[in-house]
Design a protein around this ligand. Structure first.
Ligand code: SF4
Length: 1024
């Protein structure tokens, strides 16, 4: 191999020698890091466990993708040819996202598939729901029972009683299409306890809701939170951050904790939680006041003309009002009612005074676009942001002004090579956390570092979702249990409020699926979930689809064993860098057998016990819901090759790979393979790289037919949208009044693609926020959060509960013994000064009191946290009430309640036990941590809908009667907090500018047909 073939940081770059493919390792000393792909059918290695004997093992190497987080890194299963068992998992060098690398959780997939406690057969409850009694049932009985329930609900038009609730999907759209085939708006996700805050901030700017940072080519990398050890996408992004650093990039990290990422930073600060946007705006202000921004980019691509137009119309009070307190008002109910009444009155007065059509600006007379106008805008920008001085940010954040100035100076050097990322952390911790992502992206927008090498791309440009074989229509309904009218701008379903909505009497559920999701444990307010799930009037039938026992499955009617990453099919594509690629998850034993010429028609034939995969399960269930096709549902799971028969996974994926993935059929043919065989052999395919700045592309002439241009340069056409095999969700801004669609935006006389926003530009000014009642936030603004010192009592502090450690992820990594041995507890981080005040030392028990109860946890005194703030990792504290469970990581507990008073008491921790795995007798740890989320009430952000995780708490020494792991909660208090936060919303039936439930242009999973966006007649706001 030649040195020139060895590219540092690009270990999947294949080089050939002697007819074989070598993957250079990072050492660059001619060591092949992975087996050449030509030998994946028969690879020989020495058996490490036989050492010092030289025993050879022969393997088939079969690719799949990891399912332990959403990054979908490539894995290679080493299937022993003698035992026909998977011996180990390593990285797949053919995967363009992960490039052969994995975090610890990837190889630990082996622990999961051999887990002695996993669920192998379908189970049905044998006693009361939650009583812990189960009996084994056959798949046929399960399918027929559930299919009959769903069919009945559909026929009786109770479609809003069917709900599918997913954790991380790990696939691109399959199950959404199943629900669409049923005509059900029943998709529910975990996103509003995860990333909706960040999504809202990004969507407000660029239409698309997540960033794709090009860290590897950046000059400055700016991370809010611990992306190196727990980012999203974790391993693919972490390795590119390190590549960037190796090439000389400066790394800036904001994190209240001293994370592993912080230890790699060139500039690390530990701000007061919630002050991040103030700091970001002080950096923006530095760039603005010193004219260090990319003036030409701002002129061409910000919607400043629209901003100036609305300013002339409304004056500066409408969007320049910079509220700094009181917005997240934590007061009494009476005070809330008063505040709410004031807000409503102000809103109505604004509408009355302005007398504007639709409450929005009269663009017909307000085109502002010459250079004098841009200079005026620059002047206003200087004025509006002048108050965000380093001194102001220092006061809010507790970080010295000169440290902030130093960071601003580094940012200013980045030019268009500025990559930044904030996914959870502040955006998911605080009320209006979306403003943090918005203010962070403002730095990119100021520098012009958008879709540039080393900059940040809108995610959809670096993602490929292939068109499937069948595409059902949009559901003809709107589900208010997931998309209630209080949250018209929520980025995702208001999933974590479900128990409260059911208790409010907003409907019931007939059939509720939880899919690899554990809301009792993962969500806040878990006891309210238990109350709802145990009430058969609220939830008729709960079906838990899960590979392992979890706290929610205990309250199910059926537990259905689903395959782990190497036991199921999925396709996915993620924005790991500036490229588009497709990954293929597959049951590795099925692929291995097919490689040997065997027929496998059902994944249960190769999985352990009766573990199934979801795709076959959903197709079969759908088939049985409509066996005769009379409901029009069956057609969406019907074979095209064999009409009248159900579609199988080989045909489903074979069709996609043949028809919807550009370049794949040709590449496969060159190796004498079908596209499906190619994907089964290599597990991924790179469709394109260096996608670049799509917004700068000129719209081709064939797309311009009878065009019309509006006052802000938006161009509309009658030409139909060209068909694309890439069906990645893109926002759909409205067309013009004459039925043309928005095709681009005119910039300096040329019609460009622009951004998928209503203005076609990057939206410094959000007309959407202004129109939907949030005019005071129409431009990027700092908003004091629910945990701002103004909103805390003197004896309260902030608990950060959102951080995680790199070797565990929520409930997925349960019983991964290698991981559990490394990390199995979650002490409370306390600064020494704070600990001294409390009289607490490491290992002492402390009681952490929230708004609804308390938990008792061990203290860990460390200088790695800002003094006065406390933190507790959210992975731990798994529990079981009965014998069944993941014994390596679950404590056995006693659950008690009287009325709304709930208690959880730990009876025993983990301990050695006998199983088919001898290692379970070697378990040396007892502590499995504390389940803090049970003690958190719901905090729905009024705009993004995100649960705001940070808690205002009181921390004190535990009482003598307290024991480790004790939890107490009053769910009536949860109800009070829920009601209080609802009062902060601005509901569609009062604030909608067009009598709809939600802006149609915004992204929404499983979008209903457009007519169902209309509010019901009786609830529409008065026409404006
Ligand atoms: S858990 Fe680790 S190896 Fe698996 S997908 Fe996530 S980052 Fe990749």
């Amino acid at each position: 191999m030649r040195d020139a073939d060895l590219i540092p940081g690009d270990s999947n770059k294949a080089s050939t020698s002697g007819g074989e493919t070598f993957y250079p390792g990072p050492s660059r000393i001619h060591l092949a890091a992975f087996p050449p792909k030509e030998r994946w059918d028969d690879w020989t290695e020495l058996d490490s466990q036989a050492w010092p004997r030289r025993k050879e093992r022969r393997y088939s190497l079969v690719p799949t993708t990891c399912f332990n987080c959403e990054s979908a890194c490539g894995l290679l299963a080493y299937i022993d040819k003698e035992t026909n068992q998977v011996q180990k998992f390593e990285g797949n060098p053919e995967n363009p996202g992960s490039r052969g690398r994995n975090c610890a959780k990837g190889p630990a997939t082996l622990n999961q598939i051999t887990d002695p406690d996993r669920i192998l057969y379908p189970l049905k409850r044998a006693g009361k729901r939650g009583a812990g009694k189960w009996e084994r049932v056959g798949w046929d009985e399960v399918l027929d029972t559930i299919a009959a329930r769903i069919r009945k609900a559909i026929v009786e038009d109770r479609r809003d009683e069917i709900m599918y609730h997913v954790g991380r999907p790990g696939e691109d759209g399959f199950t959404e299409r199943i629900l669409a085939a049923w005509g059900v708006d029943g998709h529910n996700s975990h996103t509003n306890i995860c990333s909706s805050g960040a999504r809202e901030g990004y969507q407000l700017w660029m239409g698309l809701d997540r960033p794709s940072p090009d860290h590897a080519n950046a000059k400055v990398i700016f991370l809010i939170s611990a992306h190196l050890e727990s980012g999203h996408y974790f391993n693919p992004h972490a390795q590119r951050v390190i590549d960037g650093k190796a090439s000389g990039a400066k790394l800036i990290v904001f994190d209240t904790r001293l994370s592993n990422t912080a230890t790699h930073a060139d500039h690390f600060i530990s701000p007061y939680p919630g002050s991040e946007a103030a700091i970001l705006l002080s950096i923006a202000n530095y760039l603005i006041q010193n004219s260090l921004y990319n003036r030409e980019f701002v002129r061409r691509w910000w919607n400043w003309e629209e901003y100036l137009a609305q300013r002339s119309e409304f004056g500066d009070q409408r969007s320049d009002k910079q509220p700094r307190s009181g917005e997240m008002f934590i007061g009494t109910d009476a005070q809330h009612d008063l505040l709410r009444a004031q807000q409503d009155a102000e809103h109505l007065a604004a509408l009355g005074d302005s007398n504007k059509a639709n409450g929005s600006i009269n663009i017909a007379r307000l085109r502002r676009s010459d250079s004098a106008d841009f200079e005026e805008f620059e002047g206003i920008l200087k004025e509006v942001y002048a108050e965000y001085t380093f001194e102001f940010a220092a006061k809010e954040s507790g970080v010295e002004a000169n440290a902030l100035e130093e960071i601003a100076k580094v940012v200013a050097t980045a030019g268009t090579r500025f990559s930044s990322h904030n996914w959870r952390s502040a955006t998911s911790g605080i009320s209006h956390g979306w403003s943090v992502a918005r203010c962070l992206f403002m730095l990119n927008a100021l520098l012009g570092a958008v879709a540039t090498e080393g900059g940040v791309f809108p995610n959809a440009w670096n993602k490929f979702v292939p068109k499937p074989i069948h595409t059902p229509p949009h559901p003809k309904m709107w589900n208010e249990k997931t998309w209630p009218r209080e949250f018209p701008l929520a980025m995702h379903e208001m999933s974590f409020l479900l128990p409260h909505f059911l208790k409010d009497g907003r409907g019931r559920l007939d059939t509720y699926f939880t899919r690899v999701y554990n809301p009792v444990w993962t969500n806040p307010d878990g006891f309210s979930w238990i109350e709802a799930l145990t009430d058969e009037n609220l939830v008729g039938c709960h079906v838990a689809l899960t590979p392992v026992w979890n706290e929610t499955s205990y309250f199910a009617d059926y537990i259905l064993p689903m395959g782990l990453g190497p036991e199921r099919h999925d396709i996915h594509s993620y924005e790991t860098h500036d490229a588009q690629w497709l990954g293929f998850r597959q049951p590795v034993m099925r692929a291995a057998r097919q490689r040997n010429g065997e027929d496998v028609n059902d994944t249960r034939e190769v999985n352990p016990g009766e573990v199934w995969e979801e795709n076959e399960f959903w197709m079969e269930l759908t088939w049985r819901i409509d066996r005769d096709g009379s409901l029009g549902i069956r057609q969406f799971v019907e074979s095209r090759k064999n009409p009248g028969q159900r579609l199988g996974v080989d045909e489903y994926y074979g069709w996609i790979f043949e028809n919807s993935v550009p370049g794949l059929p040709e590449k496969a043919a060159a190796e004498n393979l079908t596209p499906l065989e190619f994907m089964r052999r290599y597990g991924s395919f790179e469709i394109s790289r260096k996608v670049g700045a799509i917004y700068e592309e000129e719209v081709p002439a064939e797309e311009l037919d009878d065009v019309a241009e509006d006052h802000f340069g938006r161009v509309f056409t009658r030409a139909a949208k060209p068909a694309s095999p890439n069906v990645v969700p893109i926002p759909s801004p409205d067309g013009d009044a004459d039925g043309r669609r928005l095709v681009g935006v005119k910039v300096d006389g040329e019609i460009k693609r622009g951004f998928p926003t209503p203005s076609g530009k990057l939206e410094f000014y959000s007309k959407t926020l202004a129109d939907w009642g949030w005019h005071e936030y129409a431009i990027p603004t700092y908003i004091k959060s629910h945990v701002h010192p103004d909103n805390l009592e003197a004896d309260q502090t902030i608990l950060i509960s959102t951080f995680r450690i790199p070797i565990q992820i929520h409930t997925r990594s349960a019983n991964a013994k290698w991981l559990n041995e490394i990390a199995h507890t979650n002490p409370l981080w306390l600064h020494p000064k704070h600990a001294a005040k409390l009289g607490v030392r490491t290992g002492d028990l402390v009681r952490v009191e929230t708004e609804i109860g308390y938990f008792v946890v061990k203290a860990w005194v460390t200088e790695g946290i800002k003094p006065g703030i406390v933190a507790c990792s959210h992975h731990m504290g798994r529990w079981k009430v009965h014998e069944n469970g993941q014994k390596q990581m679950m404590a056995t507990v006693k659950l008690d309640h009287e009325g709304t008073q709930w208690g959880l008491e730990r009876e025993s921790g983990a301990s050695p036990y006998e199983s088919k795995d001898a290692d379970t007798l070697r378990i040396w740890w007892n502590d499995v941590g504390v389940h803090q989320n049970l003690t958190f009430p719901v905090h729905p952000d009024p705009i993004s809908g995100m649960h705001c995780w940070h808690q205002a708490v009181r921390v004190r020494k535990a009482e003598s009667a307290d024991s480790y792991g004790d939890i107490h909660v009053d769910t009536e208090k949860s109800r009070e907090v829920y009601r209080k936060w609802l009062t902060m919303t601005r509901p569609a039936d009062k604030y909608s500018p067009d009598q709809t439930r939600r802006p149609y242009w915004m992204l929404r999973p499983l979008k209903p047909a457009r007519e169902f966006y209309k509010l019901p007649e009786s609830t529409k706001p008065a026409p404006r």
